[in-house]
Design a protein around this ligand. Structure first.
Ligand SMILES: Cc1cc2nc3c(=O)[nH]c(=O)nc-3n(C[C@H](O)[C@H](O)[C@H](O)COP(=O)(O)OP(=O)(O)OC[C@H]3O[C@@H](n4cnc5c(N)ncnc54)[C@H](O)[C@@H]3O)c2cc1C
Length: 430
């Protein structure tokens, strides 16, 4: 007889959502989190997209510690001298709220406390070392030599899944699987944030940027999200580029982003309250491991489930959905009294039926677009030249857009045919 029906490792969005679902369905659950309090080791940009939490916390929009809702979604290309941006600002986003900024230190505590209130046993400040095996079946977790037993273990330990790797349940993470995320939280008065971003009340801005000004072949994107009285700003840097380049450091890239002439004014007078770094899942479907086996399932970032296309970063919604799906599979397994690989495979089937695995499969190769020279070099250069030439009055006769465009392409470092081919490939994958 096991001590618990289920042990969940990690109280991030995947683990806590899973534990809420399990405990509120009457299973005995141990939720183990290395941080104390939960969330204090976690980093996210953090826009929570979608309405996944409603499946376990119907009133989450009223009671969760949400900062602002996204009314304005920006996308920008930064070069040394310019910012070329689109700002989609819409009453439709106000009336159909689909993204909220969150601060994980508060948000994760809220979720973990909900798991506790649902009946889960929450243990914080404890790092699980490995899963425990008997006859090649997972029978619990191991911590400092002690085994705590359960019928099923759900690994929701995030983007650096040491337990899964050290237990031989997934391959080690490589440069192609992750990017390096650096983030600052900068405090500013609410009125200043509202004025700078043209916001009212709880309206929020979320912007993604291509850092097209970077040298040395290192590619990175930036994000800037508004909270009530802080701004979350960060850079997501290609890990392989960084490793290949000995003279560029992630903190230099972050520094260049926050001091860029068209970003710095947003932050002026602000006080840096947090500086953090974390891995971001970026490998797409190629990084997704075996999701379940005898006595275990892997959810959220631990299973490399996430989506990023340069316009948006999404991981928390995939974590919540996969955590809940793992809980549902465990509940069914409990009813059948069968926690074998065949039984828990229903987890994989659930992920194949909802958007999680479908997105991962449909957007196979998206990372090739996100990190392409087309997006990071050619497009920013072309866009800057086109707009400058269109708006700069020379006193000479004006030229047609097509002429300016062809000239800009010629100066982009890519041939016309190469550019058309790359742009077509990118459009198909995005
Ligand atoms: C810079 C950055 C920006 C991002 N921006 C966004 C965004 O805007 N929107 C979005 O949706 N996603 C974003 N993401 C991705 C998102 O943060 C993740 O996809 C999401 O947090 C995954 O949730 P999770 O529960 O799987 O893992 P995590 O949130 O990482 O939670 C894992 C938990 O497990 C705990 N843990 C780890 N190992 C152990 C152990 N051995 N024992 C006990 N506990 C353990 C950790 O302390 C942690 O609490 C961003 C990520 C980064 C780094």
């Amino acid at each position: 007889m096991s001590e618990f029906d289920a042990i969940v490792v990690g109280a991030g969005p995947a683990g806590s959502s899973s534990a809420i679902k399990l405990a509120s369905s009457g299973l005995s659950v141990l939720l183990v989190e290395r941080a104390d309090p939960p969330g204090s080791k976690n980093v996210s940009g953090g826009i929570l997209w979608g309405n996944e939490l409603a499946k376990v916390i119907p009133d989450w929009e009223k009671n969760a510690p949400l900062e602002r809702f996204v009314v304005s979604k920006g996308t920008g290309l930064l070069t040394d001298d310019s910012l070329i941006s689109i700002d989609f600002r819409s009453k439709k986003l106000e009336n159909n709220k689909t993204g909220y900024s969150v601060l994980r230190a508060k948000f994760d505590q809220f979720l973990a406390n909900k798991a506790k209130a649902s009946g889960a046993t929450l243990v914080t400040g404890v790092t699980v070392d490995k899963v425990a095996f008997k006859d090649r079946k997972v029978i619990g977790v191991e911590q400092e030599g002690d085994v705590i037993s359960s019928d099923v273990v759900i690994l929701a330990e995030g983007a650096n899944p040491r337990v899964a790797i050290d237990s031989g349940l997934r391959e080690p993470i490589g440069d192609r699987d992750v990017a390096i995320g650096i983030k600052e939280v900068i405090r500013l008065p609410e009125t200043t944030i509202n004025e700078r971003f043209n916001l009212r009340g709880s309206q929020g801005y979320a912007g993604e940027y291509v850092l097209g000004f970077l040298k040395d072949g290192v590619k990175a994107g930036g994000f800037l999200y508004t909270n009530k009285e802080t701004i979350s700003i960060g850079a997501v840097i290609n890990a392989a580029d960084l490793r290949a380049n000995n003279s560029t450091y992630s903190y230099n890239i972050m520094e260049q982003f926050v001091t860029h002439p068209f970003i710095a004014p947003y932050l002026e007078g602000g006080k840096v309250e947090e500086y953090s770094a974390h891995l971001v899942c970026e490998g797409g479907i190629k990084s997704v491991p075996r999701l379940s086996g005898d006595g275990y399932m892997i959810a959220g970032d631990s299973a490399s489930l996430g989506f990023s296309n340069g316009l948006v970063i999404q991981g928390m919604n995939y974590a919540i959905t996969s955590g809940i799906a793992a809980a549902e599979a465990a509940i069914e397994a409990k009813t059948k009294g069968n926690f074998s690989a065949a039984s828990l495979h229903s987890y994989d089937e659930k992920l194949a039926l909802n958007y999680v695995l479908e997105d991962m499969k449909n957007f196979k190769g998206i990372e090739g677009v996100t990190w392409s020279s087309l997006m990071h070099k050619a497009v920013p250069r072309i866009a800057e030249k086109v707009f400058f030439d269109m708006f700069y009055e020379t006193g000479e006769p004006k030229r047609h857009l097509s002429e300016i465009l062809l000239e800009s392409i010629a100066g982009s470092g890519m041939s016309k045919s190469q550019l058309i081919l790359e742009a077509y490939r990118a459009a198909r994958r995005m």
